[in-house]
Write a protein that binds this ligand. Structure first.
Ligand code: FA5
Ligand code: MG
Length: 425
């Protein structure tokens, strides 16, 4: 494991000490973002989108990580096991998730909090927004911290008219949507490859799936349907079969917007085991999880995901509390500086592209716009692997000098040597 070369001693995060082990891979560039709570800043685009969705789903109780006091530090048990992720799921790997140590990690999705939210006695419908963390590549649409909103909606089948109420809402939503300028490419609510759960009555599972689809189609119309409402092109939405270990049936939704299909959310009928664990075994319902940045980038025309973290008034001042009408006007694009780095990986070590990306973010932060692996070959005689990465440095706020980017590049090389024992070519 590459991180075995990191300094020993405890890792201090959010006031607690965590013993390092072979899982530890949380870099300072991420730790420094843990208290940002962008979803609480009133004129921030993440806040604007969150509150718009909350006002649309007015019957749902709206919560955030800060309002619930939920820490981003969770256990792999809660993030994966409770949600029935198989032991070999790739999301569990240290190359994909941030670990403080084997027993503690940063949440990779808002679904980690489903059990406490479904357990709340006062709610059958909730929205929950939070920061989530994933190790990933670096480009205009990927950032290791982003925001999700989770929605959950359940009915207590022990209550006499619960399903009658759900059916009445389905009919009402169907009537309302039929009047709108929207084309929905639907798929069956249940199928052999996207089945109901064993314990579910097929009629109930179908009703839940219909309620889920209609609720989300209504939200999508609210978010993306402005043009369609004004007599423009009809809004196109397509439903796709998906797989999540914690829902069945499962669906993803794509929206056709400005000439492209855009995946915006995952959803499905909640696995009964989760409601059992939440001490509400008589309830049944659906959940979804959507990416707030992805939708905000499209709605506000924000070209680069790093901008959400900008403190520059030229970004922040373009958004106004209470208004969704901003079309972001990019301020001038500063020149980029492209630098390559090639190195030999010590025999027996594996350096994942995400390891390289974390190293470069620690050195140069948001001055890194894009990283591409451009070469990977094994020396025929020594068996050593050579990697080459191309780094594109560019600040969104000012011009970087050549001396600065050269200094970053030198620091990257020396960190690669220290952390992974590589030999720079
Ligand atoms: C999940 O995270 C599931 N927890 C969603 C879910 C919730 C399913 C409840 C069923 C029930 P996924 O990894 O596909 O699924 O992410 C959900 C959404 O988050 C995506 O559709 C996308 O909008 C957003 N998203 C995912 N990865 C990124 C990323 N790297 N950057 C920005 N947005 C992302
Ligand atoms: Mg997905």
């Amino acid at each position: 494991m590459a991180s075995s070369r990191l300094a020993q001693g405890a890792l201090n995060v959010l006031g607690n000490a965590y013993k390092r082990d072979s899982f530890t891979n949380l870099p300072p560039s991420i730790t420094s973002k843990l208290n940002a709570n962008l979803y609480d800043i009133p004129s921030h685009p993440i806040y604007l989108l969150r509150t718009l969705i909350q006002s649309h789903f007015s019957r749902f109780n709206a919560h955030t990580a800060s309002s619930m006091g939920f820490s981003p530090i969770v256990t792999p048990h809660d993030n994966f096991d409770v949600l029935a992720f198989p032991k070999n799921h790739p999301g569990r790997a240290t190359s994909d998730s941030y670990y403080l140590n084997e027993a503690h990690m940063l949440r990779t999705h808002t679904s980690v909090h489903q059990v406490p939210l479904f357990s709340k006695p006062d709610t059958d419908r909730y929205l929950f927004s939070a920061d989530v963390y994933r190790r990933d590549e670096i480009d205009a649409s990927h950032y290791p911290v982003f925001h999700q909103m989770e929605g959950g909606c359940v009915w207590d089948l022990d209550k006499k008219d619960a399903l009658k109420d759900a059916a009445a809402e389905v009919e009402e939503m169907e009537r309302a949507l039929a009047l709108e300028n929207i084309i929905i490419e639907d798929i069956p609510h249940l199928s052999l490859t996207n089945p109901k759960q064993d314990t579910h009555d097929p009629a109930h599972a179908t009703l839940m799936a219909r309620h889920l689809k209609l609720s989300l189609n209504g939200l999508i119309l609210k978010l993306f349907g402005e043009g369609a409402k004004n007599g423009g092109e009809p809004l196109r939405v397509r439903w796709i079969e998906a797989y999540f270990p914690f829902t069945s049936p499962s669906f993803e939704v794509e929206v056709f917007f400005r000439g492209k299909w855009l995946e915006i959310l995952g959803s499905g009928v909640v696995q009964q085991s989760i409601l059992d664990t939440s001490n509400v075994p008589s309830k049944m319902g659906w959940a979804f999880g959507l990416g707030l940045e992805r939708i905000a980038m499209v709605l506000f025309s924000i070209p680069d995901i790093r901008l959400f973290w900008s403190q520059d008034p030229r970004f922040l001042a373009q958004f106004e509390a209470g208004s969704m009408n901003t079309t972001f006007k990019p301020y001038s694009k500063y020149p980029s500086s492209i630098k390559d780095v090639s190195f030999w990986v010590p025999k027996g070590e594996v350096i994942h592209e995400n390891d390289f990306c974390d190293t470069i973010r620690d050195v140069a932060g948001d001055f890194v716009e894009d990283v591409k692996q451009i070469d990977n070959f094994v020396h025929p005689k020594t068996g050593q692997t050579s990697l080459c990465f191309r780094v594109n440095y560019r600040s969104m706020d000012r011009s970087l000098t050549n001396a600065e980017t050269n200094a970053y590049q030198e620091q990257v090389k020396s960190q690669l040597k220290d952390k992974f024992g590589v030999e720079v070519r």
